[in-house]
Design a protein around this ligand. Structure first.
Ligand code: 2AM
Length: 169
C-alpha cells in the first residue's frame, strides 16, 4: 500500500520563496522541510498497486491548462495546527484540475475531501498562533501536476514524486 496525493511541485525559485517566508516564521512552529513544500490538489490516502495503476492511467487522460495561483495571505488553521500560505487561483484552471482529479478518485470509490478547495502551502506544523508578517505575494505557476507518495520515516515524512503530467497547452 502507498499513501498518495496529487500535488503541484514547486520549481526552485518558488520553493525558495516559500522557504523564506517559512524561515521568517520559524519560531512559530516546526517548519516543513523546504524539499517537502508543495500544494496538495487532492489527497487520495492509502491504496494498493492496482488502484495506483488505475489512478495513473486516468490522470494521464486529464486535459488541463496552465495553473496560476496567487499566494498572498498567511493563515493559521487551528485544528491541524498549521501555518500556511493560502492562495487564490487566477483563473479556473486549478479548480477544473482539482474537480477532474476528484472525479477520478470517485470513479475508483476513493472518498476525498468534500470541502471547497482551498489552495495552500503548509509552512509550519505544531503552530499555536500566527505572528504578523508582511511578505511579497508568491504567484505559483505550473504547467504540470504530479502524483506523490508520502512515507513516514524515523527522520520524518518523506515525499516522492511518482509521476508528473505536463499540460499540452
Ligand atoms: P496539509 O498540507 O494541509 O498538511 C500529504 O500528506 C499532503 O496531503 C499534505 O499536504 C496534507 O495537507 C494533505 N493531507 C494529509 N491528510 C489529508 C486528509 N486526510 N485530507 C486532505 N488532505 C490531507
Amino acid at each position: 500500500m502507498k499513501r498518495l496525493f496529487f500535488a503541484l511541485w514547486p520549481v526552485p525559485e518558488i520553493r525558495a520563496r516559500c522557504a523564506a517566508v517559512s524561515a521568517a516564521l520559524k519560531t512559530a512552529g516546526r517548519p516543513v522541510q523546504a524539499d517537502n513544500l508543495h500544494v496538495t490538489l487532492v489527497f487520495i490516502g492509502s491504496v494498493d498497486e492496482t488502484v495506483e495503476a488505475k489512478l495513473i492511467e486516468a490522470a494521464g487522460t486529464v486535459d488541463f491548462a496552465k495553473i496560476s495561483i496567487r499566494f498572498d495571505a498567511l493563515d493559521y488553521w487551528r485544528r491541524p495546527q498549521i501555518i500556511c500560505l493560502t492562495g487564490k487561483p487566477e483563473d479556473t484552471a486549478a479548480t477544473s484540475l482539482v474537480d477532474a482529479l476528484n472525479r477520478i478518485a470517485a470513479a475508483l470509490e476513493i472518498r476525498t475531501d468534500d470541502r471547497p478547495y482551498q489552495a495552500h502551502v503548509t509552512l509550519l506544523r505544531k503552530a499555536k498562533a500566527l505572528p504578523p508578517l508582511a511578505f511579497e505575494p508568491i504567484v505559483w505557476q505550473s504547467g504540470a501536476f504530479c502524483l506523490v507518495e508520502s512515507r513516514s520515516t524515523p527522520e520524518g515524512v518523506v515525499y516522492r514524486v511518482l509521476k508528473t503530467w505536463q499540460t499540452p497547452t
